[in-house]
Ligand binder design. Structure first.
Ligand SMILES: [Zn+2]
Length: 589
């Protein structure tokens, strides 16, 4: 994203979005004209319909509800959200149902695949883990509602491409809500008459050449009726194929995969206790998440060994930093509204952080130190903006710039130059008028392309200063009274004038022989040929436009003498005429 063009591009993005919506409709995502007419399923409906029960029991969303919510989000926020159909469920492929796997992209310029870090958020691989799709759906609402309202969310939407798949297993979700609240797998009709493949055992394995990490190994079963049945082969299921294809088509740097339950944050490997090459980063980031939601951070294998899960494949095959959250500690799907909202609320802050970290997974030190002040004196050369910029990977010195605007107008930018031999950079915002408010922010990149702004979430946060007149006007000092003789060169002296920010002009004026004479500079000279007392006014003006006056008297005495120039011209003319006459006379003889 080019920050300067951001605001202007939003309108265009909205236009593209609408065009794209039509093509989405044509390829299968259908807009529901009205919310689902079917009663809300879930535990809340399993018991009494008394109002007090409905008020305290959470109503989980089924697939249709979730789809309707996503369609509504896209309709309401078409400039920053776009809904994609990324594949079919197993029952849809068989013609038994119509449940597309839906992915919502949230970003500015949403129709364009911009060069921004991409992050993937996934919910509900397992049919009974109902809080996980609620978290993902709430995150989609939170990001779109927060755009232009919340500083950090706005920044995240502008600077990341966020893909959210609330329900990987739509057949399983509806089956669990309607028929068997403990159902885990998808609804694949297996050859032995049983149902379901464990979608989180159906990914392609660790892909790191370690046979222990291959699909179908530890923590999975090849017996179709088992809860952890891994399917007939890696990616045998349309649901995992949809996620695989989305991941292959994009460049996700980080993934958040929600499961329940256990209050855990986990990272690869899941297949055994070996550490990944990026273990230090994964531990650090996972620990940051856990600090926010109060969960326990640990390598995935700590829960139990698994093969064919999402996080091992995404890390090993596609270099994604994947994190598996086991949300909540009250079973797969708590019944009370307070408990569900608590689980959702606990997990939004780590999601925001994950979206942010997707821009720099190593989180290498990168700092822009800048001291902003709220008021600056007018200065005709402009306003220097200084910053100390350091980056562990190295600063991209050619890419540092300051964006600024005056009184809320259009953004302009100026590059920052480096002072030789240190980390100091400076840009010059051009001079502005007294009373103007200048907003600005600094944008820098390290040599890996990681972007950093000062203030952090600019332009939703800004540095600002008011241009003030300066603390004091100048004091004019026109010098001492002067006595001079006719024809004498008088040197005027205004050098005693003072000002806190510097005097920009000296203007001297007086009446001489009936005409106004003006002189400039601190020490001008003048020859007086007419005796008189001259009152000479000095006007000094400072950079802020303040001025001050002082006068000095010059008394010129002696006989008035015609100025040399006034005699010289007629004398020379007479001489030329005389010489001409003489030469004509000589030639004629
Ligand atoms: Zn799960």
């Amino acid at each position: 994203m080019n920050p300067a063009s951001m605001v202007g591009n939003l309108r265009i993005a909205g236009l593209f979005s609408c065009v794209f919506c039509l093509s989405l409709l044509a390829t299968g995502v259908q807009v529901a004209a009205s919310p689902s007419e079917s009663p809300d399923p879930g535990l809340a409906d399993a018991g009494s319909h008394a109002p007090e029960v409905q008020a305290t029991n959470y109503v989980y969303h089924n697939y249709t509800d979730i789809k309707n919510h996503l369609v509504a989000i896209q309709a309401q926020h078409s400039d920053i959200s776009m809904l994609y159909d990324i594949g079919n469920s197993w029952e849809t492929n068989q013609g038994f149902a119509d449940r597309d796997i839906l992915a919502m992209k949230i970003s500015d310029n949403v129709a364009v695949d911009e060069d921004e870090p991409e992050v993937l958020v996934v919910g509900l691989h397992h049919a009974r883990e109902w809080t996980t799709s609620e978290i993902a759906l709430e995150l989609a609402a939170n990001l779109t509602d927060g755009y232009q309202n919340d500083t950090r969310i706005s920044w995240l939407v502008d600077n990341r491409e966020i893909w959210i798949v609330p329900v990987v297993n739509p057949d399983g979700l509806d089956y669990a809500l309607e028929t068997d609240q403990w159902w885990r797998k998808n609804r694949h009709a297996n050859i032995d008459g049983s149902y379901g493949v464990d979608l989180n055992r159906n990914y392609g394995g660790s892909m790191n050449g370690d046979s222990a990490g291959a699909w179908g190994g530890a923590g999975s079963s090849h017996v179709p009726s088992d809860e952890i049945y891994c399917g007939v082969g890696p990616f045998s299921e349309p649901e995992t194929q949809a996620i695989r294809d989305l991941v292959l088509a994009h460049n996700f740097t980080l993934m958040l995969d929600y499961h329940s339950y256990g209050d855990l944050v986990m990272w690869p490997w899941g297949y055994n206790t070996n550490k990944t090459a990026d273990d230090a980063d994964l531990v650090r980031i996972g620990t940051e998440f856990a600090r926010l939601n109060g969960y326990t951070a640990e390598q995935s294998v700590g829960l139990y060994p698994t093969t064919g899960d999402s996080i091992d494949w995404m890390y090993g095959a596609e270099d994604v930093y994947p994190f598996c959250f086991e949300v909540g500690q009250l079973l797969f799907h708590p019944t009370s509204t307070a408990d569900v909202l608590g689980v959702i609320g606990d997990n939004l802050p780590p999601a925001h952080l994950g979206i942010e970290i997707a821009g720099d997974r190593q989180e290498r030190p990168f700092q822009i130190e800048h001291t902003a002040v709220s008021a600056r004196d007018y200065s005709s050369p402009g306003f220097p903006i200084d910053a100390n910029v350091t980056a562990a990977r190295g600063v991209d010195v050619s890419a540092l710039s300051v964006f600024y605007r005056v009184d809320g107008g259009a953004w302009s930018n100026v590059g920052m130059g480096r002072f030789a031999g240190n980390d100091s950079f400076e840009a010059m915002i051009p001079a502005q008028s007294i009373g103007n408010t200048v907003d600005y922010y600094i944008v820098g990149y390290d040599v890996s392309g990681v972007e950093l702004m000062s203030p952090r979430y600019a332009p939703y946060e800004l540095h600002s200063f008011l241009v003030t007149a300066g603390s004091t006007p100048p004091i004019a000092e026109a010098g001492d009274v002067r006595l001079a003789l006719v024809g004498e060169t008088v040197v005027l002296d205004g050098r005693g004038s003072t000002d806190d920010i510097g005097i920009e002009s000296y203007a001297w004026s007086f009446t001489y022989n009936g005409s106004l004479v003006t002189l400039s500079g601190p020490v001008p000279v003048f020859e007086f040929w007419v005796p008189a007392v001259y009152e000479i006014t000095l006007n000094v003006t400072d950079a802020a436009g303040f001025f001050d006056l002082d006068t000095v008297n010059v008394t010129v005495s002696g006989e008035p003498i015609p100025e040399f120039g006034s005699l010289l011209v007629p004398t020379v003319l007479l001489l030329i005429v005389a010489v001409g006459l003489w030469r004509r006379t000589s030639k004629g003889s």
